[in-house]
Structures are given as structure tokens and as C-alpha cells.
Design a protein around this ligand. Structure first.
Ligand code: IPM
Ligand code: MG
Length: 359
């Protein structure tokens, strides 16, 4: 049986970068015998325009059927004033929740070729290779009660709730310990246990299950310190595990250590290894349609998909090696170029990766 892949281009630069990943998929099919059943669907603002909802039933049912999902990006200024339930981001959050994609893996790797694209000194970031494991279906993103309401005194009040059950903490914790086992066996759990009870529980549970992973060195850090340490000495980290919102924030900071958010892929996995794969950058409305976006994060997301959901790690290696070669050859989209140097567009970058796939 062929594996089923659902492709959701989404909004902004999404369709442009997904088109390049599709070229890579075509090449893996023709030259490397990858057989997939591929469907396309609508999500985000594109789905709202076509069907009046950012996550239509048709997309949800395709997503349930798929073994893996490749998503571009969602969102755009055009939809920012819509009712919250209809905004593009709800398409993404709805998919994460409906498919229980609780484990979000966000690697931040500095390619040696891009050491001078980082705003940090080369000695601080060279050789950087860390992984953020972000809880993705709980915490303040989903906690009830939530909303904006009018109090008795007539004032408006906004409410969000940070909530984690032991079971939710335990499952993301185990994912992170397992990930650390495949790397340098070091795990740093990030919380705000000095102020927030919810993350005091987080620390207790992570500490308890740490007993099952004596080969992994566990440490704990408050999130404010973690933010500082990430820009001060990021190479001290191997794997970081943290809550939904802290992971959202720290992963953007970690991305910038590598020079560009345009290089970083992500995987969002359920307990059985089914996953949604997407670049961690957003829809970049400011450059959408201009052919300038960096497709490498999306192509690297495809590699993660082959490794984690489709059990074809050798094809993931081939893609990653091809990207290394293209960077060696000096090809740069504007986001990863040193100022004043020559750049290529989205399509040329995709074509170069495809050319480099073949030995
Ligand atoms: C991310 C994004 C999303 C998030 C937005 C688009 C809802 O920032 O994947 O990091 O906050 O999770
Ligand atoms: Mg984010």
C-alpha cells in the first residue's frame, strides 16, 4: 500500500515554497522510486476564501486519512480582523488539535556555510545543533476558560488559562527523553516553576519520568534564563523540552541563531508517528508572490517527513546532502545572503536542490 501524503500549501509564500518541495517529491518518485498517493487541500486564509472556513471538513477528513501532511504556511494581514474562529491560524491550531499532534520537534542547526548569516558572532554559533521539543496541543494555547468579556464593573477583561495534566506533561516529556537518547543524551526542561504552579507540576513530572532515562542528563531552567542562555551560549543545549507558548517563543529565538528562520523545518507528531511537517517560518505576506522566499525550510521539512513518518531515512539523507551541496556552491536566497552578495529566487533554489539530488 502506498503511503498517503496530504499537501496543504496555505497562504502567503506557502504555495511558492510548496511548489519547490513538490519538485523534489517528483524527483524522488522518478529517480528514487518513492511511491506516494498525493492529495492537495485548502487550509488557512485560502480555505476561508474558498469555503468560508480555515479548516473545512473536506480538509480535515483528508488529514485524518493521510499518513503525513506537508504544510506551507497560513495567515495574512487580510484576515486579521475576522472573527477569531475564522482566522487562518485556526486552521493550523485546529489540525494540531484534531490530529493530536502533541510533539513538535524544532531542530536548529547552523550550516557551516551560513555561519556569517547569523547576527551572533561565529564562535558563539558555529557547530550549533539543538532541538526544541515543544508541547503543541495543550497549555495556554488551548486552556479553558478563555475569551474577552465584560466584567460587572463594566471593564473588559481578557482571559487565557495555562493548564497541563500530568498525562500531557508525561507524554511530551517521554518524547523529549527519547529524542535526547538519539542525540547527545542531554535534556533541559524549561519552565517558570518559580511563579507558575502549572509549570511547577511540569518540573515534578519531568523529574519523575527522568528516573526511567538514567542515561539522559536532565537539567531544568527558568524560561527567562533560557532565553538569555540561548543568545549567550546556545551550544550548551542539546534537547530543550518546554510548554506550548514557551516553545513558540524560544524556537523563534533559536531560529535566528542559525541566520534565518527560512532554513528551519519542523515536525508535529502524534503518539503513533503520524505527522504534519512545516517550515517554522510564517506566511511572510511582505514578500509573497515575489519569488524571493527561501524554500529550503520546506524541503527540509519534507526530509523530516521521510525520516519520521514514511520510514525512508535514506531519502532524507539524500535531500539534506543535496541542500549542503547547494549551499557549498554559494546559492543564497536573500534571507541567507551576506549583504551585497548575489542572490537567487525561490524557483532557482528549488531547481538547484533537485539537480543536486542526483549524484
Ligand atoms: C508557530 C506559529 C503558530 C503558533 C501560529 C501561526 C498560530 O507561530 O507554529 O510557531 O503560535 O504556534
Ligand atoms: Mg511561532
Amino acid at each position: 500500500m502506498k503511503n498517503k501524503l496530504l499537501i496543504l500549501p496555505g497562504d502567503g509564500i506557502g504555495p511558492e515554497i510548496i511548489a519547490e518541495a513538490e519538485k523534489v517529491l517528483d524527483c524522488l518518485h522518478t529517480d528514487f522510486g518513492l511511491e506516494l498517493e498525493v492529495e492537495q487541500g485548502l487550509v488557512g486564509g485560502a480555505a476561508y476564501e474558498a469555503e468560508g472556513h480555515p479548516l473545512p471538513e473536506s480538509t480535515l477528513s483528508l488529514a485524518h486519512d493521510a499518513d503525513a501532511i506537508l504544510l506551507g504556511s497560513v495567515g495574512g494581514t487580510k484576515w486579521e480582523t475576522l472573527d477569531r474562529a475564522l482566522r487562518p491560524e485556526q486552521g493550523l491550531l485546529g489540525l494540531r488539535a484534531a490530529l493530536e499532534l502533541f510533539a513538535n520537534l524544532r531542530p536548529a542547526i547552523l550550516y557551516p556555510q551560513l555561519a556569517d548569516a547569523s547576527t551572533l558572532k561565529p564562535e558563539v554559533v558555529s557547530g550549533l545543533d539543538l532541538l526544541i521539543v515543544r508541547e503543541l496541543t495543550g497549555g495556554i494555547y488551548f486552556g479553558q476558560p478563555r475569551g474577552i468579556h465584560i466584567r460587572d464593573d463594566g471593564q473588559q477583561e481578557g482571559i487565557n488559562t495555562l493548564r497541563y495534566s500530568e498525562a500531557e506533561i508525561e507524554r511530551i516529556g517521554r518524547s523529549a527523553f527519547e529524542a535526547a537518547r538519539k542525540r547527545d543524551h542531554r535534556l533541559c526542561s524549561v519552565d517558570k516553576a518559580n511563579v507558575l504552579e502549572c509549570t511547577e507540576l511540569w518540573r515534578q513530572v519531568i523529574t519523575r519520568i527522568g528516573g526511567d532515562y538514567p542515561d539522559v542528563q536532565l537539567s531544568h531552567m527558568y524560561v527567562d534564563n533560557a532565553a538569555m542562555q540561548l543568545v549567550r551560549a546556545p551550544k550548551q543545549f542539546d534537547v530543550i523540552v518546554t510548554t506550548n507558548m514557551f516553545g513558540d517563543i524560544l524556537s523563534d529565538a533559536a531560529a535566528m541563531l542559525t541566520g534565518s528562520i527560512g532554513m528551519l523545518p519542523s515536525a508535529s507528531l502524534d503518539s503513533l508517528g503520524k505527522g504534519m511537517y512545516e517550515p517554522i517560518h510564517g506566511s511572510a505576506p511582505d514578500i509573497a508572490g515575489q519569488g524571493k522566499a527561501n524554500p529550503l525550510a520546506t524541503i527540509l521539512s519534507l526530509a523530516m517527513m521521510l525520516r519520521f513518518s514514511l520510514n525512508r531515512p535514506e531519502l532524507a539523507d539524500i535531500i539534506e546532502a543535496a541542500i549542503g551541496r547547494v549551499l557549498d556552491d554559494g546559492l543564497r536566497t536573500p534571507d541567507i545572503a551576506a549583504s551585497g552578495t548575489q542572490t537567487v529566487g525561490t524557483r532557482d533554489m528549488g531547481d538547484a536542490v533537485v539537480a543536486a539530488l542526483r549524484p
